[in-house]
Design a protein around this ligand. Structure first.
Ligand code: AMP
Ligand code: MG
Length: 520
């Protein structure tokens, strides 16, 4: 295995002056040198062949002992100088001070086809940022992160990637519902890969400490390495940088809304500077369409990060980044313009996305109204979002009265569909059909276009849970099958039709399926 390792991040930015691996505040440094903990019995459970290809790691190599040693932290390559990053963050609306990579260790920065990548182990032991945590990760949360990162990538949504999943052979104590019932679980490590893991919080920590020289160093490094087209450091370049981050974050969240993904913990330490989906914790996918839904029980009361609030929360996070970058820019109104533009762009792009989900390619008032009306009806009847849009692609505009039958499979409680609700649905189908006829929509082309943005297969929590339960018993077949089916989420794949199904009733209130906490 030949990796082209560089040390650009660690050469460009200041290191923690202390070498000791104890939890503490780390000042005037972007990272600390840390070594992964050696696992007692590392076992490879899965490798992403699609990411291996990108990184030019061959099939043989990714099953070799050398590879397993590497991605389990057992034996690193000689040129590797692993480190954990220092960052802060706003958690659930409040400044939380220093957080940092409490259980993530960057093995190496590498270059592949001139593109930068960082390989990172999640769950490989304590770092100076571990606070009271153990630096470890359990199998259930690692499977969730592994499968979902790759699923998001194949959905075409910006995300960090997952190269491999290993169990460590060590036990990890967790209290999954924080209700005083801890138990031992299997320890695991995911090797995550992204162009960079820099987050909003990396900038915030320097700004909060008024460490402007290092804030500038970090920003300049980020521009030079990851925003090459923005030019040499200057106030204009920094503003342009903020505008680009804002645009990318908007694109990411519109994608989430499109497929019904709910991140669950959109704190600023979980916001990638590249607009990548990052840190898969208590995330979930909308089943019954509900703007107010969050899978995260920790946020069950406030619902700050519920599905319908995600775009607004990205904006809130961008305000925090704007505050952090302000000392380098010193132009409030220019930063505010970018934030105002986010709002306008959101209105427009969200509208376009909702029209496109209906196969309506024009951003007109009529189309927007149809989408808005649909939003209300979907909320009024418990309707599975993914199944609904997929079935709707077969709508016959000349038979609107057949609409309800067509989408019947998407209802969780068909018996709850009373007359007033049926009327509302039928009225909507009539308006939809009139609109399709008036724009001369072609059924075949419409179906193709709708199915290219409305996924057939998403990683529902109960699916991940089935993979977890089987893997826990040593059976990796479900994990492998889900990985495979989620590689082609927009394709029909008749072989895997069983995964095109509503959440089963047993999963409605089951831990891990409808209820998740940050415990991982
Ligand atoms: P998260 O909510 O997973 O994004 O984590 C928030 C912060 O807590 C980050 O700084 C993590 O590194 C840290 N953290 C989460 N779990 C652990 C753990 N088991 N050990 C150490 N640090 C952790
Ligand atoms: Mg995090």
């Amino acid at each position: 295995m030949k990796l082209t390792i560089n040390h650009h991040f660690t050469d460009s930015l200041p290191a923690d002056s202390l070498q000791e691996n104890t939890p503490r505040q780390v000042y005037q440094a972007a990272y600390s040198w840390v070594l992964p903990k050696k696992p007692s019995n590392p076992t490879l459970l899965h490798v992403s062949d699609s990411l291996c290809q990108v990184l030019k790691i061959s099939k043989e190599e990714c099953h070799s002992k050398k590879f397993v040693d590497l991605v389990s932290g057992t034996q690193l390559l000689p040129e590797m100088k692993p480190y954990s990053m220092c960052y802060g963050g706003h958690q659930f609306g409040n400044w939380a001070g220093q957080l940092g990579d409490g259980r993530a260790i960057n093995l190496a920065d590498i270059t592949v086809d001139k593109q930068p990548w960082t390989m990172q182990l999640k769950g490989a032991g304590k770092t100076p940022y571990s606070r009271s945590g153990d630096g470890l990760a359990v199998l259930r949360s690692s499977i969730r992160e592994y499968l979902c990162s790759e699923a998001m990538f194949h959905l075409g949504i910006p995300t960090t990637r997952a190269l491999s999943l290993v169990t460590t052979g060590d036990k990890v104590l967790r209290d999954p519902l924080y209700d005083g019932n801890p138990s031992y679980e299997k320890g695991a490590i995911v090797c995550r890969v992204a162009p960079t893991f820099i987050r909003f919080g990396n900038f915030e920590i320097f700004a909060a400490r008024n460490d402007i020289p290092n804030l500038k160093k970090l920003t300049d490094f980020t521009l030079k390495t990851h925003f090459k087209t923005l030019g040499k450091p200057s106030k204009e370049a920094y503003l342009h940088f903020f505008r680009t981050v804002s645009e990318r974050s908007l694109k990411m969240v519109i994608d989430w809304q499109r497929v019904g993904f709910v991140h669950g913990v959109m704190n600023t330490d979980n916001m990638s500077i590249l607009g990548l989906t990052i840190d898969y914790g208590p995330y979930g996918w909308l089943e019954g369409y509900d703007l107010n839904w969050t899978p995260n029980t920790t946020d069950g009361q406030m619902k700050r990060y519920a599905y319908g609030r995600q775009p607004e929360m990205v904006l809130w996070n961008l305000y925090q980044l704007a505050n952090a970058l302000y000392p380098l820019i010193e132009e409030t109104s220019a930063l505010e313009d970018i934030l105002t533009n986010y709002r306008d762009q959101y209105e427009q792009q969200n509208g376009i996305m909702h029209c496109q989900k209906l196969g309506l390619n024009h951003y007109t008032n009529e189309n927007l109204q149809l989408a808005a009306d649909l939003n209300l009806i979907l909320q009024a009847t418990e309707t599975d979002m993914t199944i609904f849009y997929r079935l709707l692609a077969d709508f016959d505009e000349h038979s609107p009265h057949k609409g309800l039958d067509l989408i019947h499979k998407a209802f969780y409680q068909p018996s709850a569909l009373n007359l007033p609700l049926k009327d509302r649905w039928n009225t909507w189908f009539k308006q939809y059909s009139q609109q399709l006829i008036s724009i001369n929509s072609k059924p075949t082309e419409r179906k193709r276009q709708m199915n290219s943005i409305n996924p057939k297969y998403v990683l529902r929590n109960y699916m991940a849970q089935l993979a977890i339960d089987a893997a826990d018993q040593g059976d990796l077949s479900v994990l492998d099958e889900l990985y495979t089916v989620l590689k082609k989420p927009y394709e029909e794949q008749p072989k895997y039709e069983k995964w095109f199904a509503k959440r089963p009733e047993w999963a409605r209130h089951k831990v891990g399926c409808s209820m998740l906490s940050c415990s991982s």
